[in-house]
Design a protein. Structure first.
Lengths: 137, 137
C-alpha cells in the first residue's frame, strides 16, 4: 500500500505531499502522523502541500483533523506552500482551515514552529518569575 | 449549444477519482482555461464524484467540451442510480449533511462553477450537471 513518508527533523515532523491524495492515502497519513507524534514526542508538524493541485472538502478536513489531533498531543501543525489557486478555491468552497497555522514556504513554516515553541517556553518562564513577585506584594 | 468533444468515465472505486480528476484537468487545459478556473472545476468535480461514491456506490460521468455564443466550456454530467435525495433544497444548504461530512459538498460546489443543475428522484438516482466556461464567467 502507498504511504507518504514522514521525516523527523529535530523536534519536528516533516511531511511533503508530492502526489494528489486519494481518500485512503490521506487517512493513512493522518493515522501515521498522530502515531509518530506520540512515539517521538515531536513538538511540531510541518506539512508541505506545494505540489498539491487540489484540496477538496475531504482533504481540507483531514488537514484540520491533523492539526486538532496534534494540538491535543502537544504539537503544533503548520501547512506550507499552498498554491494560490488552491487557496482561492478553498475559500469559495467554504473551507477556511480554521485552527490550522499556515506559512508561505517551508523556511517560514519552520520559523513559525520555532517561534511557537519559543514563545511558549518564554511564557512559562515569565509565569514562574511573576509568582514570587505577587507573594512579595 | 454545440458539443465538441465527448467522453464517459465509469466511477466505481475510490481509485477511479484521481484518473477522473486528471481527465477533467486535461479537458480544461485543452480549451485554455486559466489555472484558477481549472482548480475550481476540478475541485467541484472531486466533491461531486465523492458524493456519488459515498451515497450511490458510484456511477458514470460524462465529460464534454461545449460551445455556446462563442464561449467554450467544460460540462460534466454526474449520473448515478443511487437512492436519490429526499429534499434537494435542504441538501443545497450550507452545513446540511445526512452523512458525517461538513455539508459543504453541494452548496460549495455550486459556488465553484458557473452553472449548476441537480435533478433527483427517490429510488431512481441523481443527476448533477455543472458547466464552467473558459473565462470563468
Amino acid at each position: 500500500m502507498d504511504r507518504i513518508p514522514i521525516l523527523k527533523m529535530g523536534p519536528f515532523l516533516l511531511v511533503t505531499i508530492q502526489v494528489d491524495l486519494y481518500d485512503r492515502l490521506a487517512l493513512t497519513l493522518e493515522n501515521d502522523l498522530i502515531s509518530m507524534v506520540s512515539q517521538t514526542g515531536a513538538k511540531g508538524v510541518l506539512i508541505d502541500i506545494s505540489a498539491v493541485t487540489i484540496v477538496d472538502s475531504f482533504m481540507g478536513r483531514i488537514l484540520g483533523n491533523i492539526a486538532s489531533m496534534s494540538r491535543i498531543m502537544d504539537a503544533e501543525t503548520v501547512v506550507v506552500g499552498m498554491q494560490p489557486a488552491v487557496a482561492i478555491t478553498l475559500v469559495e468552497l467554504g473551507l477556511t482551515l480554521q485552527g490550522v497555522y499556515t506559512a508561505l514556504d517551508v523556511e517560514k513554516g519552520m520559523d513559525l514552529l520555532y517561534n511557537k515553541i519559543g514563545i511558549i517556553d518564554v511564557l512559562e518562564e515569565d509565569d514562574q518569575e511573576e509568582e514570587p513577585d505577587d507573594c512579595n506584594d | 449549444m454545440i458539443v465538441m468533444t465527448k467522453d464517459t468515465m465509469q466511477i466505481v472505486r475510490e481509485q477511479d477519482v484521481v484518473p477522473f480528476r486528471n481527465r477533467v484537468r486535461e479537458y480544461a487545459a485543452k480549451i485554455g482555461m486559466s489555472l484558477v478556473n481549472q482548480t475550481k472545476l476540478i475541485t467541484a468535480a472531486s466533491e461531486l464524484v465523492r458524493n456519488m461514491l459515498k451515497y450511490a456506490n458510484g456511477g458514470k460521468v460524462l465529460i464534454e467540451i461545449i460551445s455556446k455564443n462563442a464561449q467554450t466550456g467544460v460540462r460534466l454530467t454526474f449520473i448515478d442510480e443511487g437512492p436519490g435525495i429526499a429534499n434537494v433544497q435542504q441538501a443545497m444548504q450550507d452545513g446540511f449533511s445526512t452523512g458525517k461530512s461538513l455539508g459543504l459538498g453541494l452548496p460549495g460546489t455550486k459556488r465553484l462553477v458557473n452553472e449548476f443543475d441537480i435533478k433527483s428522484t427517490l429510488g431512481e438516482g441523481t443527476t448533477v450537471t455543472v458547466i464552467h466556461w473558459k473565462n470563468g464567467r
